[in-house]
Design a protein around this ligand. Structure first.
Ligand code: DAT
Ligand code: MG
Length: 150
């Protein structure tokens, strides 16, 4: 079943010049970009986005980090897009992430771990509208689609 998932390139990804590299990993895998923008997160947005972590000891540091610079928000669409994206991203503790994943190839740290991806269908459904209006999400077909999913 086709799914939509929310991906963020975090401030370290933008500052390190890895926006293209990170988007490329998802794009080459076959996931379709249906929403894409450069944004600055606010405390109000992050309180919703990271509701599951609100009140934890690392929450203030997490918010300060995500607000420390622009981030790239995108919505990816495809069959099993949520799990496929999480596998492409790699484990949260980047030093344990498998080689070949974004974190395993490009990051070392649990806090500066470059990228966010919705963890499951419920999170994806909750997170996408936090960052994108319906009008910002485009429906379109690609000539390559039959070669990726059939
Ligand atoms: P993920 O981003 O892989 O979904 P998560 O939802 O558990 O991981 O945590 C969200 C972010 O919070 C994570 O990317 C980095 C930060 N974080 C998680 N656990 C942490 C910890 N123990 N110490 C510091 N930062 C942490
Ligand atoms: Mg998470």
């Amino acid at each position: 079943m086709s799914e939509r998932t929310l991906i963020l390139v975090k401030p370290d990804g933008v500052q390190r010049g890895l926006i293209g590299e990170i988007i490329n990993r998802f794009e080459q895998r076959g996931l379709k970009i249906v929403g894409l923008k450069l944004v600055r997160a606010t405390e109000a947005i992050l309180e919703k986005h990271y509701a599951e972590h609100y009140g934890k000891d690392f929450y203030p540091g997490l918010v300060a980090y995500i607000m420390s610079g622009p981030i790239v928000a995108m919505v990816l669409e495809g069959v099993n897009a949520i799990e496929a994206s999480r596998v492409t991203i790699g484990a949260t503790k980047a030093h344990t992430a498998a080689a070949g994943t974004i974190r395993g190839d490009l990051a070392l740290n649990v806090s500066n771990n470059l990228v966010h991806g919705s963890a499951n269908a419920a999170d994806a459904a909750r997170e996408v509208p936090i960052w994108f209006s319906d009008a910002e999400l485009l429906e379109y077909g690609r000539a390559i689609d039959p070669w990726i999913a059939s």
